[in-house]
Ligand binder design. Structure first.
Ligand code: NAD
Length: 420
């Protein structure tokens, strides 16, 4: 099993550090603090899979439900070699606070399988997915726990999940999962939702700070669902996107990158490598470029106490979950950088996942415009609520977002009481 990490880079401890600050500001009673600080339910399973060469590999999978106080657990499934229990716990808790920040009626959950999807065939991925779903099925359900894509998983994986669950339940149950292909009950606008949300909150932040998109440059770490779409959306807004990276490194062109060409190259080759039109930069350098907006949209712990002082951006929009460690928070604050925290910045995805779940349950589907307008409204209102909280309590945007989310979960937990 992958060993949990300790210290600054343990994401669950990072979540708890921010939670504790928010809880203290809210004056949360100690009993409630104990309940909300821990996860409700955790499953760890072995996933034996027959590989294409006939050998058997036993993978390790997790599903964690942090809270179901406000609704079914909601959160993605990650396929990556470095998945570990504390990471899944942190991601589950962040989902709880995120759903509460944007006020959609879900709790928080997350899942993961330790594997490298880039080194597996389609058949192997399908077998891992179906066996994983069968192993955690007892805690899933449209009213219990509704997964979605995350790093290393996509609409096809969600389709296998939906099919496996539906076959076992002897029913057509698209509301078991979101991020599905449109033909299977997916929502228009879901693929773009997280990147579009990143653009909306960045636009609101620029407006709040008196900056104009047309005068701004941006660097994006990550060229997947969140990174690439954030880049395309920011560019549509008028921002000059000068750098983007994937796991192998990045591309930088101070005159702006041709993002449509990059998108085509990625569709063909699945990596940035081999694309002409910029100089190569590392994933460390991309974070320290002289840009106005930085969007870390790849993975956790990329801005830590070691490199936070080198960041030059005026605005950081956290497309990824947990890209900034608790140790780096103070340094960024002291530098006066306007940070839009993950639990607000990337909440466009779960907001449209909520719309998808609603549409599946009604079996009545909305137009792209209806989806986009409703999402826009929620993101704009949530941004304003966080900034207002930060101003009233004189705290950072991150602690303000936690306060907003934690308070909403605390309220319903008090109302529900402790079942004995
Ligand atoms: P993805 O798999 O589509 O893309 C991930 C990108 O990051 C790829 O370009 C990959 O090469 C790069 N990457 C991976 N590890 C890296 C590393 N160590 N250093 C640099 N680059 C690395 O995943 P995604 O769905 O875009 O998710 C990215 C982040 O956004 C994750 O933190 C995820 O939890 C978060 N997120 C995703 C969604 C969503 O709707 N997909 C919603 C909210 C938050």
């Amino acid at each position: 099993m992958n060993q949990p990490v300790h210290g600054e880079e343990n994401p669950f401890e990072a979540m708890q550090a921010r939670f504790d600050l928010a809880a203290a500001k809210l004056g949360l009673e100690p009993n409630l603090l104990q309940i909300l600080r821990t996860c409700e339910r955790e499953i760890k399973i072995s996933i034996p899979v027959v590989m294409d060469d006939g050998s058997v590999t036993v993978f390790e999978g997790y599903r964690v439900q942090h809270s179901t106080a406000r609704g079914p657990a909601k959160g993605g499934i990650r396929y990556a070699p470095n998945v570990n229990s504390d990471e899944v716990r942190a991601l589950a808790a962040w989902m709880t606070w995120k759903c509460a920040v944007v006020n959609v009626p879900f709790g928080g959950g997350k899942g993961g399988v330790i594997c490298d999807p880039f080194k597996m065939s389609k058949g192997e991925l399908e077998r891992v997915t179906r066996r994983y779903v069968a192993g955690i099925m007892d805690i899933l359900g449209p009213d219990r726990d509704v997964p979605a894509p995350d790093m290393g998983t996509d609409g096809q994986v969600m389709a296998w999940l939906m099919d496996t669950y539906s076959m076992h339940q002897r029913a057509y149950l698209p509301a078991i999962v979101t991020g599905k292909p449109i033909g299977l009950g997916g929502s228009l606008g879901r693929i773009e939702a997280t990147g579009r949300g990143v653009m909306i909150v960045t636009r609101q932040a620029l407006d709040h700070l008196g900056m104009k998109p047309g005068d701004c440059s941006a660097a994006i770490q990550g060229a997947g669902n969140v990174g690439l779409i954030s880049a395309l959306q920011l560019s549509k807004l008028g921002v000059k996107v000068v750098a983007i990276s994937d796991i192998h490194g990045g591309l930088y062109n101070k005159n702006g990158l041709d993002l449509e060409a990059i998108q085509k190259h990625l569709q063909k080759t699945r990596k940035l490598e081999g694309f002409d039109g910029g100089e190569r930069v590392s994933n460390t350098q991309i974070l320290e470029l002289p840009v106005d907006i930085l969007v870390p949209a790849a993975t956790e712990n990329v801005i830590t106490s070691r490199n936070a002082a080198n960041i030059k951006a005026k605005v950081i929009t956290e497309g990824a979950n947990g890209p900034v460690t608790a140790g780096a928070d103070k340094i960024l604050d002291q530098k006066g950088i306007f940070v839009i925290p993950d639990i607000l910045a990337n909440a466009g995805g779960v907001t449209v996942s909520y719309f998808e779940w609603v549409q599946d349950r009604m079996a009545f589907f909305w137009t792209q415009k209806e989806v986009e307008d409703r999402m826009e409204h929620i993101m704009v209102e949530s941004f304003a609520a966080v900034v207002d909280m930060a101003r009233r309590f004189q705290v950072s945007n991150r602690i303000a977002a936690y306060m907003l989310g934690v308070n909403r979960v605390a309220e319903v937990t008090r109302m529900r009481g402790i079942y004995a």
